[in-house]
Design a protein. Structure first.
Length: 378
């Protein structure tokens, strides 16, 4: 009897063990599915941020915040070489530690990681130790994972995760973290053009206006709030004649005066830039193309009524008469100049190629008859 009970118990225990193993496999499978779903969600969040009309710095900080939240990381820092030095693009670490974080690439502990493009995991073993790269911040981080960043096999910087706990990353799924790293690289790569645009924006010294590059970065944030906008480019068609006959100072005065007139008529949501040389561009954010006609006619008339005048003046000129230098007073003619403009207008659709549209407008102005002075719609 006792033997039979024991056998029954053994069978029951075996069944329970088998059942628990089966349940554990289902749990593991469920966790893997959840991890995959979470990873896809993170990737979607990354791509959404990359497509938003924010600065590169804002985007990278948003991505860093997602990494910190989704993976329960205490500290996360993205450092990139900008061509001159290593700079922090995103971090939640206090500024007093920034100098240390921008010099990790020169630390011996990370040299092999950078050379071999592999991650490096370090941790302390007791509370009296500190991580090799730390200077004075012993209590801040007790374990860290370092990831070198490469674009097209070119080392561009690194991403480091840090924790205030020892062995914090022992059980971290490095495959998932590698995917996150690859997403960070992808965003850095896709945003490199935007970063360049933001850094080459200039302010014209004569007009105080932004250069054309402003349209493709900060200016775009303004008019991309609307599905469509009217974009106008105009050119001072007689600027070369003015410079030749009246002098370059006259030309500069004309350009300055035109910009001052247009500035006073710009609504807050409109974008006005000195596009290049004698060409200017206006984006009427959220305005239909056919709604700007009267505005442009009035603007054209007002600008073309400008007249810059230099009154006649007496000047002393040294001449050679009968072999001798003689000072002679001569009356200089009065000089005057007025601008003539040629306009071209089109519609910009959010999400389409602004560069191609501007090139089309510019080509129209440059190929038009040199005496054409009107408002054209294309």
């Amino acid at each position: 009897m006792a033997v039979g009970v024991i056998i029954v118990l053994i069978v029951v225990i075996g069944v329970l063990v088998s059942y628990n193993i089966h349940i554990q496999k289902k749990i593991d499978s469920y966790n893997n599915i959840n991890q995959l779903i979470d990873q896809l969600t993170v990737l979607q969040d990354f791509m959404k941020i990359a497509g938003e009309e924010d600065s590169v710095e804002t985007k990278l900080n948003a991505i860093n915040d997602i990494v910190i939240e989704k993976y329960d990381i205490k500290y996360s820092t993205i450092v990139v070489f900008d061509g001159a030095e290593y700079v922090i693009k995103a971090t939640n670490v206090d500024k007093i530690h920034h100098e240390t974080l921008t010099n990790l690439g020169s630390e011996e502990i990370f040299q092999d990681s950078i050379r071999n493009a592999t991650p490096k995991y370090i941790t302390i073993e007791n509370e009296n130790e500190k991580l090799p790269y730390q200077k004075v911040e012993m209590g801040r981080a007790k374990s860290a994972m370092f990831f070198p960043l490469y674009i097209d096999n070119i080392y561009i910087g690194y991403w480091i995760m840090e924790s205030g706990r020892m062995h914090a990353f022992d059980k971290t799924n490095t495959t998932i973290i590698e995917v996150v790293k690859d997403n960070i690289i992808s965003v850095l790569s896709t945003m490199s053009y935007q970063d360049a645009m933001e850094n080459i924006i200039r302010v014209d010294k004569f007009t105080g206006l932004y250069s054309a590059e402003y349209l493709y970065s900060k200016g775009k944030k303004t008019f991309d709030k609307y599905p469509t906008s009217a974009i106008c480019m105009f050119k001072i068609i007689n600027i070369e004649d003015i410079n030749e006959k009246a002098g370059r100072n006259f030309g500069n005065d004309i350009i300055t005066e035109i910009s001052n007139i247009v500035k006073t008529k710009m609504a807050a949501q409109y974008v006005f830039v000195r596009y290049m040389g004698p060409k200017f561009a206006i984006v009427f954010s959220g305005v239909e193309e056919n709604s700007v006609d009267e505005f442009l006619k009035d603007l054209k008339n007002e600008i073309e009524e400008i007249e810059i005048i230099e009154e006649a003046s007496e000047k002393t000129v040294v001449k050679v008469l009968n072999g001798k230098k003689v000072k002679v007073k001569e009356l200089q003619e009065e000089k005057s100049a007025s601008p003539q403009l040629n306009f071209v207008v089109s519609t910009y659709y959010k999400g389409t190629g602004l560069e191609q549209l501007n090139k089309k407008l510019e080509e129209y102005l440059d190929s038009a008859d040199k005496n054409e002075s009107q408002i054209n719609y294309i």
